[in-house]
Design a protein around this ligand. Structure first.
Ligand code: PMP
Ligand code: GLU
Length: 399
């Protein structure tokens, strides 16, 4: 194979660990291995019927052409109304752009905001793509490690110590991937008080907002005065079981949204027209769709309780109780540096993760990928039967 000179900015790029683990699972399954996957974070439910029907109708109506950059006016209006209702602050259509998944929304936000030398504060454990996207934008990720003792939440003191004149963006993700932590209104307020003296933009990633087992506190409800320097990231993937449709949005100050749309005009232009019609149905008030969203959230809650109960029975594993999303993030340091089944010794959570895949055929993602060695992330967006059998395999593989 000839070698190719690739762009220098790729030198530090790590492939997505979540996507890579998903690839390994698919490959093992193709080889006939019965793998139970707790790896990729996506709802196992089907997209609600009214949303699918709206997409089919859009095909029949020949909505198959280019739309406006950043999405149809109709979709952006529906999103603006949703954001206004969520945040209690009026958002106009010009303050919204829709994107190819929230992932693209985040990427474009960093591209629009960051220059070389800028710092972006990303509390660890963090979702894998933030750090890589910030690096691709030429900026420097600053990743303070939060602790189990604070429920993996950034403290005002940590934030105060890290803010510099170069801080360009602060990422707040609640409910969090990978820890499932949910910030309370008081915790958000305390962070807002620290941010008052900086000029940083706050990027509030609320993609798991529909999956919260405690009262969900939104950033702008807690800190409305921050609206003119907040970008809200959200999308249909998790709440509506629509990962494959690839629709997300960014809501924020018009000049930043215009900048993002200018980049979109030269890149994707917009997400698929049919997906936009599906998202329009999702964001148009409907009792039937609301009912589907809350029954999926209720199922996630039952699964969280089940997986926590089963993890608690595994010696050497301890786990914080997550208040939202569909991840548990157990501490597995008690399983390291001691013989497991067949005398195997793992010295890192990454090695343990490989051991679990090879020996127990269960796929998790190691804490290393999220900037927090010593932990594993398990997505419990899978059946109760798979959770029960998976946890049994986990236990049996320890000897
Ligand atoms: N933010 C977080 C915290 C996520 O976990 C995900 C899931 N991949 C995304 C953003 C991106 O979501 P989407 O599928 O809409 O691109
Ligand atoms: N957000 C999900 C996860 O963390 C989906 C995969 C991805 O986009 O990284 O597993």
């Amino acid at each position: 194979m000839p070698s190719y000179k690739l762009a220098r900015r790729l030198a530090q790029l790590e492939p997505s660990a979540t996507a890579a683990m998903n690839g390994r699972v698919q490959q093992l399954r193709a080889e006939g291995v019965n793998v139970i996957s707790f790896s990729v974070g996506e709802p196992d439910f089907d997209t609600p019927d009214p949303i699918k029907e709206a997409a089919i109708a859009a095909i029949h109506a020949n909505h198959t052409h280019y739309t406006t950059t950043g999405g149809t006016a109709e979709l952006r209006k529906a999103v603006a109304q949703r954001v206004t209702a969520d945040q209690g602050i009026t958002y106009g259509v010009a303050q919204i752009t829709t994107t190819t998944g929230a992932k693209e929304g985040l990427y474009l936000a960093f591209q629009a905001l960051c220059d070389e030398g800028d710092e972006v504060i990303i509390p660890a454990p963090y979702w894998v793509s933030y750090v890589e996207q910030v690096r691709l934008a030429g900026a420097t990720p600053i990743t303070p490690l939060t602790s189990e003792a604070t429920g993996f939440k950034l403290t005002p003191e940590q934030l105060r110590d890290l803010l510099t004149p170069n801080t360009r963006v602060v990422v707040l993700n609640s409910p969090s991937n990978p820890t499932g932590s949910v910030y309370s209104a008081a915790e958000l307020r305390a962070l807002a008080d620290v941010l008052r003296d900086s000029s940083a933009i706050i990027l509030a990633d609320e993609i798991y907002d529909a999956i919260s087992y405690v009262e969900y506190a939104r950033w702008l409800r807690a800190a409305p005065e921050m609206a003119d320097r907040t970008l809200i990231i959200n999308g249909v993937a998790k709440a509506y079981a629509m990962t494959g449709w690839r629709v997300g949005y960014v809501a924020g100050p018009q000049p930043i949204i215009t900048a993002i749309k200018d980049i979109q005009g030269h890149t994707s232009t917009h997400t698929a027209s049919i997906s936009q019609y599906a998202a329009l149905a999702a964001y148009t008030p409907s009792a039937a769709i609301d009912q589907s969203v809350s029954s999926m959230a209720a199922a996630f809650r039952r699964r969280r309780d089940l997986i926590l109960e089963l993890l608690a029975e595994i010696p050497g594993v301890s786990c914080n109780v997550p208040d939202g999303a569909f991840y548990v993030f157990p501490n597995v340091t008690g399983l390291l540096n001691r013989p497991l089944k067949d005398g195997i010794v793992c010295t890192t959570s990454d090695e343990l993760n490989n051991h679990l895949l090879d020996q127990a055929h269960i796929a998790c993602v190691s804490g290393e990928a999220f900037g927090a060695p010593g932990y594993l992330r398990l997505s419990y967006a899978t059946s109760e039967q798979a959770i029960t059998e998976g946890m049994q395999r986990f236990r049996n593989s320890l000897g």
